[in-house]
Design a protein. Structure first.
Length: 293
């Protein structure tokens, strides 16, 4: 076994609920009575997803934000979270950041579990949301001819990380305390054909969406709004942690939320998921952050 993709393939042999969407999406969708729930779980590992010297309050905020970002990509309204916490130093700071995030995003705590262990410490959170539109958007719905869009700017988290390393906490906020695009996701859900959040880098996440949808995305990198000098555009498109929304919609659709068109979905061409400046890309190596080893 070499990494995440192999492990997920093994999990597909387990009994899967239809709402698991074949483990090809970032959240599960579960219809119960007249409601449709959206459930997601994400983890942070000390030293992998956090920087040395990072305040546990900021770690807690990011843990909440990353999970709510998955709900945003489904157009879901958060209902509550369950927290898995590894006890250690700075627990009071973690709880403060958790409270601040939950209050900011109007999301209550439902419960969770605590364990002892580490270092490194790991933190998990399950977020539960209510779909505001059905069918709930998936990664796999892009159709040839659709336009490809992104909300916000890319590379802001990278700039924030560098500011954090330089000791400028105020400028580091996009990295330390990202904002899930909940309002954008709920507004866009009725219009999009596919949607996901940008967590591991725009190019890698675009590759994943194209792969799930069976199309090729032709992307104009120069059209992507970035928060860094143009000379660092390639970094901005690969860094991740921005938690903007990447989505497709029919060409010419009237969008209910501001976004920038960065490309077009085409019929799958020669097994390539992306086409960048004339170059066909058939595998995700080097496109962004991956859990593969």
């Amino acid at each position: 076994m070499s990494g995440e993709l192999d492990f997920i393939e093994l999990l597909r042999a387990a009994p899967l609920h239809p709402g698991a969407r074949g483990l090809e999406d970032d959240a599960a969708v579960l219809a119960i009575g007249g409601e449709t729930l959206v459930l997601t779980h994400d983890m942070l590992v000390e030293g992998v997803h956090t920087a040395e010297g990072q305040d546990p309050a900021d770690v807690a905020w990011k843990l909440v934000a990353t999970n709510l970002s998955d709900l945003a990509a489904k157009g879901a309204q958060p209902l509550g979270v369950l927290v898995g916490f590894m006890l250690g130093e700075g627990d009071e700071h973690f709880v403060r950041g958790l409270r601040e995030a939950l209050e900011s995003f109007h999301t209550p705590l439902l419960g969770g579990d605590t364990v002892s262990g580490g270092p490194p410490r790991s933190y998990g959170l399950t977020a539960i949301g209510r779909a505001t539109h059905v069918p709930v958007p998936a990664r796999s719905g892009a159709q040839a001819g659709d336009a490809l869009y992104v909300t916000g700017t890319l590379g802001a988290a990278l700039a924030g990380y560098e500011a954090f390393q330089a000791g400028d906490r105020e400028a580091a906020q996009p990295y330390l305390r990202p904002t899930p695009q909940l309002a954008a996701g709920q507004a866009l859900a009725p219009v999009v054909t596919a949607m996901m959040d940008v967590s591991d880098g725009l190019l890698l996440d675009a590759w994943r969406m194209a792969s799930a949808s069976g199309v090729t995305f032709e992307i104009d990198p120069t059209s992507v709004p970035i928060a860094l000098p143009d000379a660092r555009r390639a970094e901005a498109l690969r860094w991740g942690d921005d938690y903007q929304l990447l989505f497709t919609a029919p060409d010419g659709a009237d969008l209910p939320f501001p976004a920038v068109r960065i490309g077009t979905a085409m019929p799958l061409f020669e097994g390539a998921q992306l086409k960048l400046e004339g170059e066909l890309i058939r595998n995700p190596d080097g496109l962004g952050y991956s859990h593969e080893s």
